[in-house]
Write a protein that binds this ligand. Sequence first.
Ligand code: NAD
Length: 260
Amino acid sequence: MRLANKVAIVTGAASGIGREIARRFAAEGAAVAIADLDAGAADAAAVEIRRDGGRSIGVAMDVTAENEVEAGMARCVEEFGRLDVLVSNAGIQIVSPLDQFPFAKWKLLLAVHLDGAFLTTRAALRQMYKQGQGGSIIYMGSVHSKEASALKAPYVTAKHGLIGLAKVVAKEGAPHGVRANVICPGYVRTPLVDKQIPEQAKELGISEEAVVKTVMLKETVDGEFTTTEDVAAAALFFASFESNALTGQSLVVSHGWFMQ
Ligand code: NAD
């Protein structure tokens, strides 16, 4: 039990990568708040964890709304008494060539990824500083925190930005024992990626199979998707690492798509 007696909040945890991280953290002994825009799905994910013997609640939260983040964090602390780990994971994807990108969609994507990371970080830091026992903040970056792809201007911009935020949190959090790191997955077969395959096929004028083979997995060492379990294992590593030796870092989990 690598997270016994710890409390974690995972945003965007009603689906995909976040859901798997919540499940894994609960299996390792953490109490987990599943924060998501989709309140019904968040509750369902929490019920599933409780059925497996874990501790979990669903929390309705739009990470771009200051009042909802504050209320959701307060709900987590009220239920479980403290906060040790934040995984800022909620995210969306919108693909379009830059010259046709609607400004409203650019702003929405940056808000979910960057405003969401800021608001949840600020709320978590306030609680962690008050407790005086340190903590771990983990951002869901992407290979797109390091590399660019066509059609993904705001996503690549936001994911690069998270590395900057993590480095500042590492510096400011250090005196309080709060660490901050970024996980940078390659393509993971979740609803976020399933939605993109037909969209990219249309934009690029190629088949869906070609999008998977020649766009998504072309640069990997083995033509394989990264799995939600792979990303959850990396999150557990950061969450359970107990000292400031590992902070301000970004870890790429991508079947060798990107090598540092
Ligand atoms: P997903 O679509 O399966 O899950 C995303 C979750 O975020 C959903 O439950 C959704 O309701 C929630 N969400 C969206 N907007 C929100 C908001 N404003 N407030 C609260 N919750 C919100 O996607 P996923 O693939 O699991 O992605 C999770 C994270 O991993 C994202 O940050 C994504 O950018 C990142 N990521 C995904 C991949 C991939 O290939 N799937 C690769 C690298 C990074």
